[in-house]
Design a protein. Structure first.
Length: 514
């Protein structure tokens, strides 16, 4: 061939495409398989798959939330040097310690379950273990059906990070994200990879409680301290507590849980509580319903439309307040019968809603639970409690506190507005409710007539298919951010709003009851 002449390969174009295509595939095989340790998928978790039953029932997939959860840094495979020691790149000897409460209160409503999950997360934290968080599968979640044509049932499967994204759902223990990633909570899917059956140390709940000297009369702080000491001393990296809940709904609903508060309230679980990006997306679209001011930077998306869950950040309750907003929790529907039951049996306010009880004394902060001080802590003194007006029976008073009339709601909202330092600025009111639309519209008109210039409700929020399944979390995010809040003292939802507000540093006198 003469110098300077271009080289021509005498092959037809079709053959050339095959040759170069084959070479490209060989290169991909080399890079992705033979050299996979450099280009590998960083997550140890499998890619989520939507099951056929969910598709058949029309359930939301929550794919964005599953992928968000999958990408949490603590769900990553171990470093390259240790990759091949464990299944899917998870090294079982990396020093990480986990706590799974296998039989936590499944099947209850979200807020009953979530009260327990927050305490389980705190127990894991003070035991030097990563909490293993589950997803939420409600037994019944209208408007989504759970019964297949063959009569079998299949529940909506909601990832934790569709609801919340603070420490309980694998978020950072510190807001600046300087905490050790290996201490953060992990999903139950990750647990099954990091903790195969042969590595799991099982604890039978009732046998251990007997051994620890815990019974129904045990105070919450004593219960928490005994469990944490035992779990911390165990060498086993993977611990599963079986056959029951460490903090069941009966314990949480009573007053013995309250002794945990002084230390619990200072923990990352409470201080760094955060709503999920999916909840923030709903808040961003509807911020005009809650405030006349523009949406703050905290809830603004990044990138371009169409926005997805990943366009938003987790929202720390401690950093977000909506000035001038009163949020009220008005439970209706079948709750009337439950109110009658609670009044008949002489029930007290739920858990943290009892902080206004006259004469209540909490124990001091226990350094054994939270570490050495100094502590910036004061007992919360809620302004309201389960009072019995003169001439009224306790039963009738309890029912009135639980099931307020429209007139009582308007009057109480007026009282709260008048009691603030700037009543003239309290102009917006949000009604978080499951009440009938016509009844709520009538209530809204009564409130407007009483001086509230901007009244909206849960019915005004236009939610996507997935957001409908987490609508209670959207309502709660508004209630935890509002300047003032009125709730139902008997309700676990109200109780969670109260503890989240107090844990975020809100003043106790901003939490009220009917």
């Amino acid at each position: 061939m003469a110098p300077g002449k271009p080289l021509h390969i005498g092959l037809p174009p079709r053959i050339l495409r095959v040759v170069f295509g084959g070479a490209f595939l060989l290169l991909c095989f080399y890079v992705l398989v033979l050299r996979g340790w450099e280009w590998d998928d960083p997550s140890a978790l499998p890619i989520p798959v939507i099951d056929d039953k969910s598709v058949q029932l029309g359930h939301p997939s929550f794919m964005d939330a599953w992928m968000y959860e999958r990408a949490l840094p603590q769900h990553a495979k171990t470093p390259v040097s240790a990759k091949w020691r464990g299944q899917n790149g998870v090294d079982g000897n990396d020093g990480r310690r986990y706590l799974l409460i296998r039989d936590a209160s499944w099947g209850s409503g979200w807020n009953n379950i979530f009260q327990e999950q927050l305490l389980n997360d705190y127990l894991s934290y003070i035991s030097d273990r990563s909490y293993v968080f589950p997803s939420f599968m409600p037994v019944d979640h209208p408007p989504y059906p759970n019964k297949l044509p063959d009569g079998s049932e299949h529940q909506v499967h909601i990832p934790m990070n569709a609801l919340v994204s603070g420490p309980t759902a694998g978020g950072p223990l510190r807001r600046d994200e300087s905490d050790p990633i290996g201490r953060r909570a992990v999903s139950v899917e990750y647990w099954h990879i990091a903790c195969p059956p042969e590595r799991v140390h099982h604890i039978k709940l009732y046998d251990m409680q007997k051994e620890l000297g815990i019974d129904d009369d045990s105070q919450g702080d004593d219960r928490m301290l005994k469990w944490s000491r035992m779990l911390k001393a165990l060498d086993a990296p993977c611990v599963s507590i079986d056959d029951g809940a460490v903090f069941n709904w009966m314990f949480i609903g009573g007053d013995k849980v309250m002794s945990i508060w002084p230390s619990y309230s200072l923990s990352p679980t409470m201080r760094n509580f955060a709503w999920s990006p999916m909840v923030v997306h709903a808040l961003y679209r509807h911020y005009h319903l809650f405030s006349r001011s523009p949406a703050p930077t905290l809830v603004l998306p990044s990138g371009r439309q169409p926005y997805r869950m990943q366009s938003f950040k987790r929202l720390y309750t401690a950093e977000h307040t909506i000035p001038g907003l009163l949020a009220i929790h008005v439970r209706r529907g079948d709750y009337e019968n439950h109110c009658s039951f609670l009044a008949d049996v002489g029930a007290d306010y739920n858990a943290w809603d009892g902080f206004g009880t006259p004469g209540l004394k909490l124990p001091p902060v226990r350094s054994e639970l939270i570490g050495p001080g100094p502590y910036n802590y004061q007992d919360p003194k809620l302004p309201d409690y389960l009072s019995t007006p003169e001439g009224m029976s306790r039963r009738d008073a309890a029912h009135a506190h639980c099931w307020p009339s429209q007139h009582a709601i308007v009057k109480r909202a007026r009282q709260v507005r008048a009691g603030t330092s700037t009543p003239g600025n309290m102009k917006s009111l949000f009604i978080a409710t499951n009440g009938d639309k016509a009844w709520v519209a009538e209530l809204a008109e009564l409130l407007k007539a009483d001086g509230w210039s901007h009244v909206t409700s849960s019915h005004d929020i236009d939610l996507t298919k997935e957001e409908i399944a987490i609508s209670h979390a959207v309502d709660m995010a508004v209630m935890t951010a509002a300047q003032e809040f009125i709730g139902v003292g008997f309700s676990s939802m109200t109780s969670n709003v109260v503890q989240i507000r107090l844990g975020a540093g809100r003043e106790a006198n901003t939490c009220h009851f009917w």
